[in-house]
Design a protein around this ligand. Structure first.
Ligand SMILES: Nc1ncnc2c1ncn2[C@@H]1O[C@H](COP(=O)(O)OP(=O)(O)OP(=O)(O)O)[C@@H](O)[C@H]1O
Ligand SMILES: [Zn+2]
Length: 758
């Protein structure tokens, strides 16, 4: 049909015969124009012009040379002279397979962002920049020349060099040859000029990294729950068909062992597995578990330098590495023979990228698994309601592991009602009951984890005389007092100022520091339990690469008894000697203006509670809260996921939230509040119109000031658009977005399937 169109639109002066078949490449640019452009592939470049490589092409009136991704190469009927030609092919390896190219196209379409931007996100910068490689010149002797060697009339040095090269088992670089022949570069240059040697420029890698050796460990004997789970997964593996499995296993049920044995089968069949974990879970423990089972494994983490990243990428692309373990972006690992994708802690919000392309690794994984006919395994003790709902709708297989390994019971969880206890507890973050429990744990030589999901010392600073709050001048968010440098910091934009000694408004000298952060908790622990080693883990103490590992090692060895920290210590850790978990304030996230506030609270408490009772010594959990009757907290204290889901889902359904409706969130920001608000109001109006045309039911929320109303000096507004028809919803948003005129000073973003509502 396309061809037909072309005939019809060809200007009259061209006869049909003028159309000739040519090789045409479709090029997508990272910046600049969003639509792909067609280029002619000149004859000499046909062999190397492969889709998935970058090419340099002339662009615009001045034919400036720019680089773009070639996403398709095809023979097309075109009018000669109408297309510009490719100047050169940049890559000598193919960066993206056909499936990966299709994936990027799908992502651009689904997340409503430029295709080129997605391509840049999928191919790591380290790969694009060829980190750790250099170009070398390689010399060899053509066969005909080698055969005439005896009869060639040449100066002695040239002859000697040529003989050595002809007799070499592999091509040599000019310095290598000079060295072997004991001559300077001059005779070699002469041979090159006479075309007696063949010259090839090749890019070689000088990087090499050794895998840390680990002692091999045999697979564990599975318990009946694990066996059943593995069976279901292996059925999908053996049939080489795509299937999604949600492995809902309580904390400590041994999910990792199931993954490991499933991967073993995949590897035995000659295929590759990708395992995604939240960045924070790339602990020494996880690394060790995987290294002990698989000798060839690529661990991708954010502290890797470009040279190593590129090296790992090539190892994976070569197909030699059967297992890839990494955070979110590891979903783009260039495995040529993908046999399985696993997402551990699939509910984690860190799987969603918060800058464009705003993809969710879980959904990208689902697309990839489906198109590469591989099973997708999602594992969690607290599954996202999105995945849970899919099991209910029959789109995903549910496998449950409701018991812990070795028949250890789940820990007993008690709430401490701070409304009652506060009066009796005196000052401090640790209630009397929790204090007693910590004391007992120390006496029994156990270890404990104290969770407080707020960093810093005091969480707000206020004048008791005039009521003035010390806030960030850029964000109007209360500043947090950090004791170490005695500074007040904005946790949104990192603005800092010296902690005020008196009220900035009325000069009253008795200014107060309220609220608890992890620093203050640590200080309280040290003061109330002198001589007991306490370790703090939060993003302030864990800035240096490797600090996370070092801290967890210390705790594992038992050098520290008490681990204080933010959510970073709440999941994945497997320390059998932890017999007490204390949640200092269960309510920190409960009242956020976010539809997932309850879900997050349930997950956080269930996960941190799961860190104890993982050994024969048992464990208990104490949860301090002002809302012990809140459904999320109540369900968490009972380790009852179904109860939580049963209560939460009807609410989501009634108000058209995910997982029942698809959501798109727009955020607009500017230095004056009126501009973004007006822009979103117009957007909403247009949405209503377009939805009507498309016969699409939509639900609008806003525009309204975003919960973080001001950030870095800019006012923020948001608009939430919901619909039960996701495809049409994106279509409508795309239409309106294309017509929207952005006011000069406004910056706006589209977030499909938003996770961050702030
Ligand atoms: N079949 C088994 N027999 C004995 N020990 C096992 C078995 N399976 C797993 N384990 C051990 O049980 C512990 C808990 O397993 P694992 O960390 O995989 O649990 P999990 O389900 O991932 O928990 P969480 O969700 O809390 O991270 C680990 O120390 C693991 O080595
Ligand atoms: Zn700020």
């Amino acid at each position: 049909m396309k061809q037909q169109d072309l005939f019809n639109t060809a200007p009259a002066q061209w006869e049909v015969d003028d159309l000739v078949s040519h090789v045409v490449a479709k090029i997508v640019f990272s910046t600049g124009p969003q639509k792909p452009f067609d280029y002619l592939v000149p004859e000499p470049l046909v062999a190397e012009a492969i889709a998935g490589r970058r090419m340099r092409v002339p662009f615009g009136r001045g034919d400036r040379l720019v680089q773009g991704y070639c996403v398709e190469v095809a023979a097309k009927q075109i009018v000669p002279g109408k297309l510009k030609s490719i100047y050169e092919v940049v890559d000598d390896v193919t960066l993206l397979s056909r499936t990966m190219l299709d994936l990027t196209h799908w992502m651009a379409d689904y997340y409503l962002c430029p295709w080129g931007q997605v391509l840049d996100a999928v191919v790591p910068a380290a790969v694009r920049g060829n980190a750790g490689t250099r170009e070398v010149t390689l010399l060899s002797v053509p066969r005909e020349t080698a055969m005439q060697l005896a009869t060639l009339k040449l100066p002695a040095k040239q002859h000697a060099a040529l003989s050595i090269l002809a007799g070499a088992s592999r091509p040599m670089t000019p310095p290598e040859l000079a060295n072997a022949a004991g001559c300077t570069q001059a005779p070699i240059m002469a041979l090159r000029k006479k075309k007696l040697v063949q010259v090839e420029i090749r890019r070689i890698s000088f990087a090499h990294f050794d895998d840390e050796p680990a002692e091999a460990e045999p697979p564990k004997e599975l318990n009946p729950d694990q066996t059943a789970a593995l069976r279901t997964i292996l059925n999908a593996v053996e049939e080489e068909r795509h299937q999604s499995v949600l492995l809902h296993g309580v904390t400590g049920s041994g999910k990792t062992e199931v993954y490991l044995q499933a991967i073993q089968k995949v590897v035995a069949a000659g295929k590759q597995a990708i395992v995604l974990v939240p960045e924070i879970s790339l602990t020494p423990q996880t690394k060790h578990r995987f290294r002990a089972r698989f000798s060839q494994i690529a661990l991708l983490h954010s502290h890797m330098n470009d040279v190593e990243r590129h090296w790992q990428w090539k190892r994976i692309a070569s197909g030699h590495i059967p297992v890839v373990v990494g955070a979110r972006s590891a979903i783009f690992a260039p495995t040529p023979r993908l046999g399985m994708i696993i997402l551990d802690e699939e509910h984690e919000s860190s799987f969603k990228q918060d800058t464009s392309p705003r993809y969710h690794a879980r959904d990208v994984a689902a697309w990839r698994a489906a198109h590469e006919h591989a099973p997708l395994i999602l594992g969690s003790a607290t599954p996202s309601l999105e995945s849970w709902r899919q099991t209910q709708a029959g789109e995903m297989t549910l496998v449950s592991m409701p018991r812990r390994v070795n028949d250890y019971p789940l820990p007993d969880v008690k709430t401490i009602d701070l409304r009652i206890d506060r009066k009796s507890q005196g000052r401090g973050a640790i209630s009397r009951q929790l204090y007693q429990a910590i004391k007992r744990t120390i006496e029994e030589d156990g270890q404990m984890i104290l969770l407080l999901n707020r960093r810093g010392y005091a969480t707000h600073i206020q004048c008791p005389a005039c009521g003035e709050k010390v806030v960030c001048p850029e964000c109007e968010i209360p500043l947090t007092h950090h004791l170490a440098d005695n500074v007040a910091i904005c946790h949104y934009c990192d603005y800092r100022r010296p902690a005020p000694k008196s009220c900035p408004a009325c000069d009253y000298t008795g200014i107060h520091f309220f609220g608890y952060g992890t620093q203050k908790l640590e200080a309280e622990v040290k003061a109330r339990f002198p001589g007991v080693e306490c370790l703090r883990m939060d993003s302030d103490t864990m800035k240096k690469p490797g600090s996370h590992e070092a801290a967890l090692d210390r705790f594992r060895r038992g050098d520290a008894k008490i681990l204080v920290g933010t959510q970073m210590i709440a999941k994945g850790l497997d320390f059998p000697n932890v017999t007490l978990v204390g949640v200092i304030n269960a309510d920190t996230a409960l009242h956020f203006p976010d539809v997932r506030a309850g879900e997050r609270t349930f997950q956080l408490i269930t996960q941190v509670a799961g860190r104890t009772g993982r050994g024969h010594k048992g464990g208990q959990v104490l949860v301090q809260t002002l809302s012990p009757d809140h459904p999320a907290i109540e369900a968490a204290t009972r380790h009852d996921y179904s109860l939580f889901a049963e209560r939460e889902l009807p609410f989501r359904e009634k108000f058209h939230f995910s997982p029942f409706a698809k959501m798109v969130r727009l955020v607009a920001r500017a230095e004056v509040a009126s501009a973004p608000e007006a822009m979103l109001e117009e957007f909403a109006k247009q949405m209503v119109k377009v939805a009507e045309d498309l016969d699409l039911a939509i639900f609008l929320q806003g525009p309204a000031a975003a919960p973080i109303e001001k950030l870095r000096g800019q006012y923020r507004f948001h608009l939430l658009i919901k619909s039960h028809d996701g495809e049409k919803l994106r279509e409508a948003v795309k239409l309106v977005a294309a017509k929207t005129k952005t006011p000069d000073d406004v910056i706006w973003t589209i977030d499909v399937d938003p996770v961050d509502m702030m």
